[in-house]
Design a protein around this ligand. Structure first.
Ligand code: ZN
Length: 142
């Protein structure tokens, strides 16, 4: 395991905008506030969502869209730089009206309402392409 100790530069509490796209809104906020590395949690509800599942053998995501009202049971993720661009990586678990749940890599979601705690760190985290997984993983050696 590799690790790095990060200092917290500040903590934001954010209310997501009705009708916005959740991942994009977080990315835009991070860019505007110069958050190059961070961690966040979100709860609330969305009007739809696209979830991804990474097929390890094929090294590619398959996506599924859910066109229904969903509760955000839990959404967690991080912010890092990918080729010098701010990149938001989020995973989410959503519940349906019957309280069954779906979850996975969060591709996108249309916000109904949402509350976010975002911890901004004082160091930069950078992603680098990893041959073994085919993913852009956080590189702690640079
Ligand atoms: Zn993911």
């Amino acid at each position: 395991m590799e690790s790095v100790r990060l200092g917290v530069d500040g903590v934001y509490f954010c209310r997501l905008s009705y009708g916005s796209e959740l991942v994009s809104e977080l990315r835009d906020f991070a860019v505007e506030n110069k958050v190059d590395s961070g961690f966040f949690t979100a709860i609330g509800a969305v009007q739809n969502a696209v979830l991804g599942f990474y097929k390890q053998g094929e090294k590619k995501y398959v996506e599924e869209k859910f066109e229904e009202s969903l509760e955000i049971v839990s959404c967690i993720g991080n912010i890092a730089l990918k080729e010098d661009e701010t990149f938001v990586h989020a995973h989410a678990c959503f519940s349906k009206e019957d309280n069954s749940t779906v979850g996975g890599h969060l591709v996108s979601a249309r916000v109904f309402a949402g509350e976010v705690f975002l911890f901004a760190f004082d160091d930069k985290l950078k992603r680098r392409f990893d041959e073994a997984t085919g993913l852009w993983l956080v590189d702690l050696k640079s």
